[in-house]
Design a protein around this ligand. Structure first.
Ligand SMILES: [Zn+2]
Length: 141
């Protein structure tokens, strides 16, 4: 089955049916940050990273019922506390190495309701990312 990979340096996407290694296939890029990514969240992730909101793993969720999730650089925790899109909860691991936002599509909801939530929440995330200003990391020097 085809999988989509996004290069986190040049933002080129590659649709392949098997994994091709860690390095961006674009000859002049050479990035080793390649993420497998769901199509429904692809543009959102590109926008966030272009605006310096560094993301880690992410998932668009699934109509069968699962979490829509975007992991972020831990330094973004405070920003997310105040600015996460409504309905999304902030998740931080106890070691503070990971922070992220999550929305759960309930498995017990009807098929049409899960379809609606999958679509609406991914559109909300896209609109949220589009509306954000460019992020400036806080310097402590
Ligand atoms: Zn690349």
């Amino acid at each position: 089955m085809d999988k989509t990979f996004l290069c986190m340096r040049c933002y080129e996407t590659f649709v392949v049916d098997n994994y091709f290694g860690d390095t961006c296939p674009r000859s002049k890029c050479g990035s080793i940050r390649m993420f497998e990514i769901d199509e429904a969240i692809l543009e959102t992730i590109i926008i966030l990273n272009q605006k310096c909101y560094e993301t880690s793993c992410c998932c668009s969720g699934h109509i069968s019922g699962s979490n829509i999730y975007i992991g972020f650089h831990p330094q973004l925790e405070n920003f997310l506390l105040n600015n996460a899109p409504s309905g999304f909860e902030l998740i931080t691991t106890s070691n503070r190495k990971n922070t992220g936002i999550s929305y759960s599509i309930p498995r017990e909801a009807s098929y049409s309701e899960r379809m609606r939530l999958f679509s609406d929440k991914n559109i909300e995330l896209y609109n949220w990312a589009s509306s954000l200003p460019i992020y400036r990391m806080v310097d402590n020097d």
